[in-house]
Design a protein around this ligand. Structure first.
Ligand SMILES: *[C@@H]1O[C@H](CO)[C@@H](O)[C@H](O)[C@H]1NC(C)=O
Ligand SMILES: *[C@@H]1O[C@H](CO)[C@@H](O)[C@H](O)[C@H]1NC(C)=O
Ligand SMILES: *[C@@H]1O[C@H](CO)[C@@H](O)[C@H](O)[C@H]1NC(C)=O
Length: 181
């Protein structure tokens, strides 16, 4: 997956995925094209809005995590869930994804970050505005113009606020749809 363009377009990738999930099997696809199997969707527990894809999960240890466990999220996928604590003593269990669907919010902060070298801001569900996690961006690139994480950044989602849909595991889509954004 390659993406060099402005990261403001990132949520459009997810919108595309959502459109594709309802539009599957409408067009005969060229068999020679690369395909990505969507394993499952991560959705907002509060309102059911699409947040991300299980395919986009990855593991990166936070040196500040209080604990870390491998959690079996779906049949096929184990995800690292880490417990982190903010300066007010509020603890959250987080897991990481490369892309997610968050509302556009205020500037980056590099204070009290759980991932040294990365600035953060909150990720709220664009539909119901529940806090669903945080966005992280390398400090050097965390400018006011950078609304969402770039290729060098990522998203931490709150385990208790997200569920996997457990439904779309046979859906196929062109990897091209991701590349083109
Ligand atoms: C499908 O792929 C083949 C081989 O790469 C190509 O020759 C053909 O033009 C493609 N067809 C369509 C409809 O894109
Ligand atoms: C999670 O699983 C991976 C791969 O099996 C392993 O390398 C890692 O040490 C595990 N981490 C924890 C916290 O159990
Ligand atoms: C910051 O952005 C520049 C330009 O897109 C890129 O070359 C560089 O690798 C980025 N830095 C990090 C730490 O991701």
């Amino acid at each position: 997956m390659k993406c060099d363009r402005n990261r403001e377009l990132m949520p459009i990738t997810l919108v595309l995925l959502i459109v594709l999930r309802f539009a599957c099997a409408t067009e005969p696809e060229n068999n020679s094209a690369e395909e990505t199997i969507i394993e499952d969707f991560f959705i907002c527990r509060t309102c059911g809005n699409d947040v991300s894809l299980t395919n986009l999960a990855f593991d990166k240890y936070s040196p500040l995590a209080l604990s870390a466990t491998n959690h079996t999220f779906t049949e096929k996928r184990t995800i690292l869930v880490q417990e982190v604590q903010n300066p007010r003593g509020i603890r959250s269990n987080i897991f990481l994804v490369r892309q997610a669907n968050c509302a556009k919010v205020h500037p980056w902060s590099s204070k009290s970050t759980w991932f040294p070298g990365y600035a953060w801001k909150v990720c709220v569900c664009p539909k119901c505005h529940t806090l669903i996690g945080w966005m992280f961006e390398p400090i050097e690139n965390a400018t006011a113009e950078q609304n969402f994480p770039s290729d060098g950044g990522f998203y931490a989602l709150i385990f208790q606020h997200i569920i996997s849909e457990g439904y779309a595991n046979s859906l196929l889509m062109k990897e091209k749809a991701l590349r083109d954004n």
